[in-house]
Design a protein around this ligand. Structure first.
Ligand SMILES: Nc1ncnc2c1ncn2[C@@H]1O[C@H](COP(=O)(O)OP(=O)(O)OP(=O)(O)O)[C@@H](O)[C@H]1O
Ligand SMILES: [Mg+2]
Length: 233
């Protein structure tokens, strides 16, 4: 069997609330799983189980107290739990993409530029990147009149589609998604299902949180129950 794209082992984290007299809030302990190329795995469990926290640990947004989070980057393997900040930034530029739940809007930058930016950053010719961004926004049914506008005033579902397009436009072997379809109607959910299936066929490993059962059943190969990691915490 081939090497995993992502290998999480023995990960534990407790939030310490310094503004609340140092109150301790254990969230996961002994978290371990592997993710291989071309598969889509959902983090499952009830609200508050630690799904988003675990995703943020994999992306390096939350520190972990114990354990390792190994992400393959070409011939190298990087431990997100112990990587230097610069290495983590480089890892995100080459190996790991993240579709957050909400778009972080950059003032005055048009939707088209927001979407094309990761490709331009990869060194793709600007016109080619913009063409790809247009195609993706059209596929996600974002009205063309919005493409040249900054997404700040867009509706929740419009912003989410811009966010998905930005997250999917460039190739990253590992893709993390936090509820990518929460604000979408059925037609656009179907488009996102198609886009995720294409990523899987391209060998991308996807770890996500998919509250929508229809999307989850369509794209996910298995579910990791995060409450298993909470029991011990
Ligand atoms: N930055 C933080 N500081 C303190 N506690 C936090 C922090 N982030 C999350 N938590 C706590 O960790 C627990 C898990 O939260 P998390 O957001 O990971 O849950 P979730 O499984 O994604 O839930 P949901 O399905 O509602 O999104 C919660 O009790 C939450 O209050
Ligand atoms: Mg969450």
């Amino acid at each position: 069997m081939s090497e995993p794209i992502l290998e999480v082992s023995g990960v534990a984290k407790t939030f310490v609330l310094h503004l609340r007299g140092g109150a301790r809030l254990p969230v996961v302990s002994g978290a371990g799983f592997e993710l291989f190329a071309g598969e889509c795995v959902a983090l499952g469990g009830p609200s508050g189980a630690g799904k988003s926290s675990l995703l943020k640990m994999v992306y390096g947004n939350y520190r972990v107290d114990q354990g390792a989070i190994l992400v393959r980057d070409g011939d190298e393997t990087v431990d997100v739990a112990h990587a230097a900040p610069r290495r983590l930034i480089r890892l995100r530029e080459t190996a790991m993409g993240y579709v957050s739940q909400f778009l972080r809007v950059i003032p005055r930058v048009s939707a088209l530029d927001v979407v094309a930016e990761p490709l331009i950053h990869d060194g793709v010719d600007r016109e080619e990147a913009l063409a790809k961004a247009r195609a993706l926004l059209a596929r996600l049914n974002l009205p063309e009149r919005l493409w040249s506008l900054p997404p700040a005033t867009f509706s929740g579902g419009e912003q989410q589609r811009v966010n998905i397009a930005r997250g999917l436009i460039a190739h990253r072997p590992l893709l993390l998604m936090d509820e990518p379809t929460a604000s979408l109607d059925a037609a656009n959910r179907a488009v996102v299902i198609g886009l995720i299936e294409e990523k899987k066929r391209a060998g991308v490993a996807i770890l996500g949180i998919f509250h929508d059962a229809e999307v989850r059943e369509a794209v996910c190969d298995r579910i990791i129950d995060v409450t298993e990691f909470a029991k011990a915490a």
